[in-house]
Design a binder for this molecule. Structure first.
Ligand SMILES: Nc1ncnc2c1ncn2[C@@H]1O[C@H](COP(=O)(O)OP(=O)(O)OP(=O)(O)O)[C@@H](O)[C@H]1O
Length: 299
């Protein structure tokens, strides 16, 4: 296991921000860290990086303790972006790269390649304060990955980006994973985690309420979603045994059912009900799971 957290706890006075959190974050994959506001995500990241002392517990990376200051193996995109507004992108990235052990020429080559990839090569000689927030974020992302870290921690990497830039950044994250980087990222957006992560943890009030592989989490949840498109009203299904939630949608309804077998009894109940155009059983969404475990939606 690459990154291991054992019973990690952080207290601020009497308040517990992270409560006996244990995680195994596999090597060379993308791990999603979900939780509502104040759940303890950033505090956990800061402890992993050694920027904040933990009250209890152990954190190790490939069996050794890690420290942000001595490690050039880690890349970090903080939630509060921290670029120097008056510096030009070139000066800024070269300075940060040198701190992580890169030569100037090496840093410039990598910077030019990243700017080209993000379709903003002309930003190299712009001051950070001259860039829009979304574009500053691209620069901040470059500063987190330029030295090709083994472990990359991204705190809300997609917030504030337009859909095109979200896609661009997602592709970059996937490429880095394929090149062997271990990536941990936090997000309030379930669909991003569903799309990118093999495994995840949902944090609530500092405790893990769900953790494991995405597939396993969905499978073991038990409940399924059933989408039905029909020409007639399906409202009678609201009272069908095993239907947990009923929602009208444009062409029919979307149901949450207790388990897969209920779909069979519904199928029979529909047989004399006119033309059914769609009958599809789906895995629950992460949002469904989150709502049940935490009691509120992110969105
Ligand atoms: N330096 C600090 N002093 C006191 N309390 C703190 C400090 N840093 C964080 N906290 C508290 O710890 C808890 C967890 O905060 P944290 O920033 O880790 O949450 P988060 O999951 O990252 O939230 P968000 O999604 O809103 O960024 C919160 O109750 C917060 O108020």
């Amino acid at each position: 296991m690459a990154l291991l957290l054992k019973e990690v706890t952080k207290r601020f006075g009497k308040d517990t921000a992270v409560d006996h959190l244990s995680l195994e974050i596999p090597e060379k994959g993308i791990f999603g860290f979900l939780g509502g506001n104040g759940a303890g995500k950033t505090t956990t990241f800061r402890m992993i990086l050694g920027l904040l002392d933990r009250t209890e517990g152990d954190i190790s990376w490939n069996g050794e303790s890690i420290s942000y200051h001595k490690s050039h193996l880690i890349g970090y995109l903080p939630e509060e972006r921290g670029l120097y507004p008056k510096l030009k992108v070139r000066e800024q990235i070269v300075y940060l790269s040198k701190l992580r052990g890169m030569k100037k020429s090496e840093a410039l080559t990598a910077l030019e390649a990243w700017l080209k990839r993000f379709k903003v090569p002309e930003y190299i000689d712009k001051k950070v304060e001259e860039l829009s927030k979304g574009n500053q974020q691209k620069i901040q992302f470059i500063s987190a990955v330029i030295h090709r870290p083994q472990l990359l921690i991204l705190d809300e990497p997609f917030s504030g980006l337009d859909p095109i830039n979200v896609e661009m950044l997602k592709e970059a994250v996937i490429d880095l994973k394929e090149q062997g980087t271990s990536i941990v990222f936090s997000s309030h957006r379930m669909e991003h985690v569903e799309e990118l992560c093999e495994s995840l943890c949902i944090l609530h009030k500092g405790k893990d309420v769900v953790k494991g592989s995405l597939k396993e989490i969905k499978r073991s949840y038990g409940k399924k979603n059933l989408i039905i498109h029909a020409d007639e009203s399906l409202e009678f299904l609201k009272n069908h045994p095993g239907v947990v939630r009923y929602k009208n949608i444009a062409e029919g309804c979307e149901l949450q059912i207790e388990n897969e077998d209920i779909s069979q009894t519904i199928f029979h109940a529909l047989q004399d009900k006119g033309f059914i155009r769609r009958f599809e059983l789906e895995e629950p969404s992460l949002n469904d799971i989150f709502i049940e475990k935490v009691g509120a939606s992110y969105e």
